[in-house]
Ligand binder design. Structure first.
Ligand SMILES: [Zn+2]
Ligand SMILES: [Zn+2]
Length: 367
């Protein structure tokens, strides 16, 4: 059927006599013959990682957090993707409707949802709004994201080591360093690509594999700051992941100071006990008179003599005092020792026990 004339008084298709007419067609027939030239994506794939819940919708991976509803995130991402890909040469408004349900997202049974985009536009003055709906099928694919796949494959970029400088770690130090690591890892519990593997602690030190260089450096710095240790980095040690992939690894090494708290040393021909170690200084207490003094740390490290392992620990009883002198009894053999009162820890009362040691036949009292 051909169109008769511009000035027709009835519709060329259905014969309706009510206008307005455009190209000899009534509004209904015109809309049927000339739908909006708009295309909406018919299929969309949403990849969701069951391990970390990150989502990818034909683009970069988006991290999610446990508190956020997946439903809202998926909806937002899908809608954004649809809008990006709509091609239209008229101005339009849109509305979305979908059947995405939070409880079904992680459900193995349901793999698709549907989303309807309703588009409204008014391309012709003569006619009312055009309204068209488009169906998009959303396919949910549960698949490990790249990062989680790396994790599963044993991927790591760095090794963290804590060692003592010319010495083993005390039990307290082992516990403290492990606590620091655990405390920091709690902060990263939900973070991507932030994990440690194969953590081992003994008196030789702490060792673990760390997912990223950034995390390893964070851990190493905090341990260094808490211990006045020294941090060094060895670059590019080549290792293999569990599935045989070569990785260049950095090793972050924290060396704990040569002296730790309560260590005993000889320095400037006197016996001391270590009270504090900082980056530059050490505070040590004289076992002659229990005065505390600060020295340059390097000076003590260079000239002091570490004796903690060489002394024999001993327990004593403070028997009596005449104000200047004191009588002490060794509790292992009940031997009485005459000593100067100032060699005893301050504020010790007669009758109290004292911890100390014997070294080269001389007794020292610590606390
Ligand atoms: Zn008609
Ligand atoms: Zn993941």
């Amino acid at each position: 059927m051909s169109r008769i004339s511009q000035s027709s008084r009835f519709c060329a298709v259905c014969g309706a006599k009510e206008g307005p007419f455009l190209e000899n067609l009534c509004e209904n027939c015109f809309k049927k013959e000339n739908p909006l030239e708009i295309e909406v994506q018919k299929k969309i794939s949403v990849e969701i990682c069951p391990l970390c819940r990150s989502i990818r919708v034909q683009g970069p991976v988006v991290d999610t957090w446990k508190e956020e509803g997946l439903e809202a995130i998926i909806r937002e991402m899908v809608e954004r993707k649809i809008l990006e890909n709509i091609s239209a040469d008229v101005a339009y408004s849109y509305e979305f409707e979908d059947d995405i349900e939070e409880t079904k997202i992680m459900n193995y049974g349901v793999k698709t949802f549907e989303l309807i985009t309703t588009i409204r536009a008014k391309p012709y003055e003569e006619f009312s709004e055009f309204k068209q709906s488009f169906l998009t099928r959303i396919k949910l694919i549960r698949t490990s994201c790249d990062l989680c796949s790396k994790h599963k494959a044993g991927y790591f970029e760095a090794i963290l080591q804590v060692r003592g400088e010319k010495r083993k770690l005390t039990e307290i130090e082992q516990e403290n360093t492990e606590n620091i690591v655990n405390r920091i890892m709690e902060r990263y519990i939900d973070a991507k690509m932030s994990y440690i593997m194969d953590l081992e602690t003994d008196n030789d030190g702490l060792t673990c594999k760390v997912s990223t260089k950034y995390l390893a450096e964070t851990l190493a710095r905090e341990i260094k700051n808490a211990t006045a240790g020294k941090l060094s980095v060895a670059y590019k040690l080549k290792t293999k992941t569990r599935d045989g992939v070569d990785v260049y690894t950095n090793t972050y090494l924290v060396r704990l100071p040569e002296y730790s708290l309560e260590d005993i040393l000889e320095f400037e021909n006197k016996m001391w006990v270590v009270k504090q170690v900082t980056d530059a200084q050490m505070k040590i207490e004289s076992l002659d008179n229990h005065e505390q003094r600060k020295f340059d740390r390097k000076r003590i490290e260079n000239r002091g003599k570490q004796l903690t392992e060489s002394v024999v620990q001993r327990e004593y009883l403070f028997v009596s005092s005449d104000g200047k002198g004191a009588v002490i009894m060794a509790l292992d053999n009940y031997e009485n020792i005459d000593d100067n009162l100032e060699r005893l820890p301050q504020n010790k009362q007669v009758g109290e026990n004292i911890l100390g040691f014997i070294y080269e036949d001389k007794n020292y009292y610590i606390k």
